[in-house]
Design a protein around this ligand. Structure first.
Ligand code: PGA
Length: 251
């Protein structure tokens, strides 16, 4: 059975003190969510070691938001996968649309990042999703299929066990507009079918596929009730303990 997961992507928000408080608040309420649901938080790089300390004896896992596409050396401003592991991360997010859009993240770089994440024992939350014009032109299935095939099809089935996919339609991220549960379920089922065609049913059935894009306590229940939606990657609503926990209680 695939895992149900709710992950909080804090993006470039909170001071270290605020991040520590947020993590403490989540840990304090983790027993209010069902045992079958796992929580992950992804604070900014500078907060990782402090938040790791808060999460230490809790079931809440730590993720980075990105990692470098090189192992180490003269790459000013980058943070290596090995450093993230050292800081206490279990996961890193890769391929978030904000990184694709503003920082030139493409499939070629993502292949290298993914390999380094695995080499350093990190699991990956791999983001895919179409822009508004791509959906309006009816190209959303093609866009998502390419994002998946270009990066994930080079992996082994064993490596796929360390990948969570997050489908995040770019037009729904931070906009307050959510995909309808029908739109989300349709593309989640398509992603699973794409995985099944390449890796077989076992990998497809065991891969957790999260929905992201203006997910909040008020719409999470309907989204999470869909058969191929296994949880959420939450931006804005992950910055408030009650909203984040409320979303996790929506299963
Ligand atoms: P949002 O962000 O929940 O604020 O729309 C989701 C994400 O980008 O992970």
């Amino acid at each position: 059975m695939r895992k149900k997961i709710v992950a909080g992507n804090w993006k470039m928000n909170t001071s270290i003190a605020e991040g520590v408080e947020l993590a403490k608040g989540i840990v304090a309420k983790v027993n209010e969510i069902s045992k079958g649901v796992s929580l992950i938080v992804a604070p900014p790089f500078t907060h990782l070691t402090s938040v790791a300390e808060v999460l230490k004896d809790s079931p809440v896992a730590l993720s980075a938001q990105n990692c470098a596409d090189q192992p180490k050396g003269a790459f000013t401003g980058e943070v290596a996968a090995s450093m993230l592991k050292d800081a206490g991360c279990t996961y890193t997010i890769l391929g978030h649309s904000e990184r694709r859009q503003y920082y030139g993240e493409n499939s070629e770089k993502l292949v290298r990042k993914m390999a380094l994440a695995f080499e350093n024992g990190l699991k990956v939350i791999f983001c895919v999703g179409e822009k508004l014009e791509e959906r309006n032109e009816g190209r959303h299935f093609d866009v998502v299929a390419s994002q998946i095939s270009e990066v994930l099809f080079g992996l082994t089935p064993k490596q796929m066990a360390h990948v969570i996919i997050a489908y995040e339609p770019v037009w729904a991220i931070g906009t307050g507009v959510t995909a309808t549960s029908e739109q989300a379920q349709e593309i989640h089922a398509f992603i699973r079918k794409t995985l099944a065609a390449h890796f077989g049913d076992d990998v497809a059935d065991n891969t957790t596929i999260l929905y992201g894009g203006s997910c909040k306590p008020s719409n999470a229940k309907e989204l999470f009730a869909c058969p191929d939606i296994d949880g959420g990657l939450i931006g804005g609503a992950s910055l408030k303990v009650d909203d984040f926990i409320g979303i996790a209680q929506s299963f």
